[in-house]
Each structure stands twice: as structure tokens, then as C-alpha cells.
Design a protein around this ligand. Sequence first.
Ligand code: FRU
Length: 472
Amino acid sequence: MNSLTKHLKKSIEIIEKNNINDDLWRLNFHLMPPVGWLNDPNGLCYFNGEYHVFFQYSPFDAKGALKFWGHYKSKDLINWEYLGVPLLPDQPFDCHGAYSGSSLVEDDKMYIYYTGNVKHTGENYDYINTGRGSNTILAISDGVNIINKKCLLTNNDYPKNLTCHVRDPKVFKENDVYYMVLGARTKEDKGVVLLYKSLDKINWTFLNTIETENTFGYMWECPDLFTLDNKTILMVSPQGLEEDGYKYQNIYQSGYFILNGDYKSCNYSLSSFTELDRGFDFYAPQTFLDNKNRRILIGWLGLPDIDPFYKNKTVENNWQHSLTIPRVLKIINDKLYQQPIEELKNLRKDKLIIENNKTYNVDSSFELIIENINNNIEIKLENDINILFKDNLFTLSFDTNDLGCGRSKRSVPLDFCNKLQIFVDHSSIEIFINDGEEVFSTRFYPKNRNIDLKISCNSDNILYPLDKYSIK
Ligand code: FRU
């Protein structure tokens, strides 16, 4: 360990001693930064009987700055142990940030591929076409420490028509061959994915780009490519999409294409793009396969560059953002469905029957399931947040700025709304509609740990039995 690494690690240990856990907006069952800022989930994997989740971490600044990788592990996806900061921007090839990436598990090791961000100084660089290094780096880990880091590709190795923005390697193995997808921005400001191939995990050959016919955003971040139920899914987080009716309302999007044909040659086509989450706070999701062969997705329950649209009040308390709950992916009728992992059921504690149209004051950490909805429904939180299905439109909206801090309204048209599963965790809400056909994720900032909850459905005053579960 060089002395820069040693000093950075020491400084992080000191700053993590700041106790921010009495903040009323800290979450109960979500992964958060110990202090400071969190963004993308990284290096998700199941390794030697345990789940590993790394995350983009800026411990020194709750508004985000130099990026490290923080590390959590768990045996059951519920109880998590924080393992510190294994990956630091401590080499010339990653000195302005250990950016996002993935893990490949093989031979009792984690092969972690990530982007080393480098910003050159001293000239009039725009950091788009000039002045930025985006290095693809391999870090080998025993599951706790990084044993070795090696720079595999630099900007000179990428195709010539690209800007400096190339990042977020996702590596996977298929029939003894390794593949890597990277997100990129071309010189014509088109978002594309680069596909590389390797036989030894070290030497990579460029195969082709995967792209839409017409430009769909200027940059594609955080790609993921996998097969599920015999379909090939290309997930990306595009930047630069224009709002289109109810679609693409956030600053940046995250979603997927179904890829037909063979992406290893240029013989493929991409379906239209579907957003994964319709709420205010979701970005940069990644997936992995676990030992039960589940394709599990975890996203960032947040977005970059949301200021001036809306804010997160936790910045006042020296931290910002969390990851989403893990969601299992399924394909139904050519659509990705996201279902909360069933392990969360172990967190259910007390049951409460909620009666129609009555207000309850509840601890704001709960799961609410409403089934057999065959009519309109409205759920109100703190008399400010509305979750509404009416006239074939599902809407999440905030009446005032108090709780939403600028968040306003997001909607999705739906043929029907039969089931709602809602997870509230002190300052986050995740709503799963029709077993994950649509999902809305958002943050909110109540004044107390307890909040008012009222559910109203059906104009004929029929009472629906609704179960509310407190989570430990
Ligand atoms: C997405 C992203 C990635 C990048 C990382 C840096 O949120 O911009 O493209 O690797 O965050 O923190």
C-alpha cells in the first residue's frame, strides 16, 4: 500500500466516525453511504456464499466529489455488513475517480472491472472531446482487499469516432469467452455501447458497437447485457432524451431494449426503449445472477444533476442517497417486471388492518400490500403525497414543496391496477404496480418518524381489508 492509499483510508475512517445515524431521514432497510454521497451500485455479485454490493462513494462531500468504491456484504440480502473502501483513486490511471464497473467471479477471486477517470489540467479542455482519460482497469480482489490493479485500455484503444466519455464496463462470460460492454458518447453526440471480447480477461478486442438506428440521447451510461427467459436485454442509462408525454420526465433515464438477433456481429435490431422506473429518483441500475439463478437488479435511488428541479434535504445532515431494494427480474409479454426480493418478508413485524377512508398515524417504515383492486384508488401520505390510480392513469404527486422539495408529478398510463406493493422507509417510497409491471421510486422528507396514512378506494364505501406490515 503506498502512503497516499494509507492516508486516504485513514481519512475516510476518521470521517466515517461522524455519527449521522440519529438523522430522522436515515433509512431502515436500504443501503446508504456511512457518511457523504452515494451513487451507482457497482460490482454486484454472489461470491463464496455471500452477496457483495459496492457503490460509488464520496465520503468527503455529501454533494459528490472524488469517487471511491464503498463495500457491503450480506448472507441474506437483508443484514448487511459494511466493509470499508477497498477501491481508491490512488493511481495515475484513476486519480480523478474510481468510476463505476462490475465484478466477474472466477477461481475464488473477484475480477473487478471499472473506469479510472483522469482529468488533465493546464489547458483549455472541454473534458468531452479533450482533457479526460477514461481508463478500463482490472482490480483483482479476494472479496475483501484489492490485490492488484492493472490498466487494460486507455482512450487510444477505443474506436476513433468517440469522445473521451467511455466508461462503466460490465463483464460477463459466455461459452468460455469473456465479453465487456462499455457506455460511450460519439463525436456526433450519440449514445452507444461498445462490445469487446477476451479469452483471458486481460487482452480485449473490440467487436462492434451496439446502437439504435437514430440517435437516442448523447451518452449511454452504465450498460448491462444479459439473457433472461430466452430474451437478450440491453440495459442502459441514456442522457439527453427529450421529454415525450409521460415518458422521460427526469433529467436522465434508465431502461432497456430487447435485442433481437446476434449482437456479436452487426446482425441485430433493438426494440423501442422502456423505462424501468417512473418515479423521481432512480438511475444507473445493474444486475447480477445469484446462486438461485435469480437475475437481481439494484439501482441508485437517486439521480445526478437534479438541482435546480428538486433537492434532497439529507445534504444538511452530511449524507445523500441510497440504493433501491433488490428487485428480481422476470419477462412477461416482452416486458421486464421487477419484483421485490422475497427475503424482505423476513422483515415483517406487526400487522395492522387498515380500513378504507380512515387516517392512521404509523411508523414510516412499512410494507403495504393492496390486492384485488378493481376500481380507482387513492393513497395519501402526510396529506401531501398522493398515490392515485384513476381513469387508467397511475400518478405519484406531491401537493406542496414541503415533503417533495421540488418533486411534482409523475404518471404512467395503465390498462388496469390490480395490485400495489409499497415500501416506505422513512424518506423513501418504492411502489410496485401489478407485481412489478411498473415501479415508482422517490425520496420524501417528512417532519417526523411517524406519518399519516389514508387509503380510499371505491365510491360505494365498500371496505377493503388492507394489511400493513411494520419492518423491524
Ligand atoms: C452514472 C455515472 C457513471 C460513472 C459514475 C461516476 O451515475 O456518471 O457513468 O461511472 O456515475 O460516479
